[in-house]
Design a protein around this ligand. Sequence first.
Ligand code: NAG
Ligand code: NAG
Ligand code: NAG
Ligand code: NAG
Ligand code: NAG
Length: 604
Amino acid sequence: MELFLAILILACLYSSVSPDQQGDALFALKSSLNASNDQLSDWNQNQVNPCTWSKITCDDNSNVLMVSLSNMGFTGTLTPRLGVLVHLNTLSLQGNGITGKIPEALGNLTSLTMLDLEKNSLSGEIPASLGNLKKLQFLFLSQNNLSGTIPESLSGLPNLINLQLALNDLTGKVPDSLFQVPKYNFSENHLNCGLNFSRRCVSDSEGSPSKSKTGLVIGIVGGFLGIILLGGLMLFFWRGRHKGYKREIYVDVPGEVDRRIPFGQLRRFAWRELQLATDNFSEKNVLGQGGFGKVYKGVLSDSTKVAVKRLTDYESPGGDAAFQREVEMISVAVHRNLLRLIGFCTTPTERLLVYPYMQNLSVAYRLRELKPGESVLIWPTRKRVALGTARGLEYLHEHCNPKIIHRDVKAANVLLDEDFEAVVGDFGLAKLVDVRKTNVTTQVRGTMGHIAPEYLSTGKSSEKTDVFGYGITLLEIVTGQRAIDFSRLEEEDDVLLLDHVKKLQREKRLDAIVDRNLHKNYNMDEVEMMIQVALLCTQGSPEDRPAMSEVVRMLEGEGLAERWEEWQHVEVTRRQEYERLQRRFDWGEDSIYNQDAVELSGGR
Ligand SMILES: *[C@@H]1O[C@H](CO)[C@@H](O)[C@H](O)[C@H]1NC(C)=O
Ligand SMILES: *[C@@H]1O[C@H](CO)[C@@H](O)[C@H](O)[C@H]1NC(C)=O
Ligand SMILES: *[C@@H]1O[C@H](CO)[C@@H](O)[C@H](O)[C@H]1NC(C)=O
Ligand SMILES: *[C@@H]1O[C@H](CO)[C@@H](O)[C@H](O)[C@H]1NC(C)=O
Ligand SMILES: *[C@@H]1O[C@H](CO)[C@@H](O)[C@H](O)[C@H]1NC(C)=O
């Protein structure tokens, strides 16, 4: 017991010492950047750790994960003491006037996935130590004054997917393997690519031509006609049952608060501002419609592109304050694979949320609703999207406090940014609009074919209902098909995608599962792995489904084999029982479940 206490005390001591070091390093950064008195004024060196400071994000153990100091007008230099922030995954200092060299010590930050120093005045060479950042996916150094050659060590970055070095003073040879990075730009240097060389300085971009990283896009792209129709019917039905329910009438209210109050890092928008941005909520700017309301494309006065979500059906007894609390909670979820909330707007009759605009719309769009000339998602991108989505959900479930359950995981809610990185949207909204009767079973929200059976029958959601939705989303990614498709009936096939895939899987016809639009350009082992993970995630009983962190590990190739073994065993027994019953009733358990799915879910 005493030993235990001693360990506990030591652990406490240790944990209060190590974050302090992080605080010191960040404070040193503030000084080296030559921050003025009114910049980062809440960075107080006397606090236990820097996790409450603005622009800083930590994990549960007070390790600093993100430092985001873009476009703040800093002119100083970067301190080498940054090297102690070994848990950092995102360092963003874009768009300042930072001078001096990139410190060698950044090579210490082995957890970094994103290093963004674009648009500064950094000089000197790119340190070879950056080759140690094995997790790095995004390296943005363009528009600086960097000289010398590109270090050979950068060839050893296995996860690099976007390398931007344009507009510097770099010379010599680009290491060959860097031309394999999916997206790169070496132009406007003195490198061996371009006109007089056989290699191009800029990678071919995937899909539609994109204008570098300015435009961000959201797309909640409406589903297929049947679902909309049914959804409309369901909504009608649901409304009918709620006769006493007061409808919100949308009117422009004079005298609403027309000022911006900084609210954490959230911006409070004036109604007028969003009205102007969306051309008075013009129908032509509608990006999509979900159960929570319409989403409009908009452009703010500083020409930032945004997506504005206009909530319907909300009713918060706590009024503005309750709404703001919820909104603030959503805004705390900051992760590369989650759609960041920029701000919100409230009037006596309206609630609006403002998000960045996701340039490549949604996965559902990229799978099924492409316009002529747009290219379909290639297999490696699908794999990356699957993993990114899993990571985003893992963060919501396991790193947010209180945890956030999405309740409507589907391909249409997985958006794609300019690098085709998965960005999960629409999380946290269920609580915003469902605060009415917290004790009573809340309305089941979700999308047909994606709703976990226990959620349908009990109305209780948990992380495991999200895992189910994720499993179905994986199937969408592999097959390109919808979770429910009545047209499959014509081929005497299953309406539910899950049943359809299970059948083909039983018949060992995996090749028939894969999206035909891939034209056989995929890796069969990887397809098999994804299908296995999907089937594990969609098991009938929630306890059997893996947690999202396990899903992430399985997708990274760990621990899938054992779980799959187990699944097959259970599934074979279940199947035999099912066939025995079906012979008796000629009516399968899955079909009963289909009926529920059709009747109970609202349209999204
Ligand atoms: C620091 O900022 C002050 C004004 O805020 C400026 O006069 C000074 O030159 C800056 N120093 C550096 C090293 O940029
Ligand atoms: C690099 O990280 C180690 C811990 O992993 C730390 O002890 C060391 O001080 C760091 N180096 C620099 C230059 O910050
Ligand atoms: C860029 O660096 C060179 C020396 O490498 C220097 O002569 C030049 O003035 C710098 N340009 C800018 C815009 O800082
Ligand atoms: C390419 O080569 C031609 C002559 O072969 C030369 O005139 C031109 O300046 C070169 N362009 C570049 C960008 O080096
Ligand atoms: C590459 O960089 C140059 C210079 O900044 C820019 O003009 C060009 O648009 C970039 N190309 C792509 C595809 O990002």
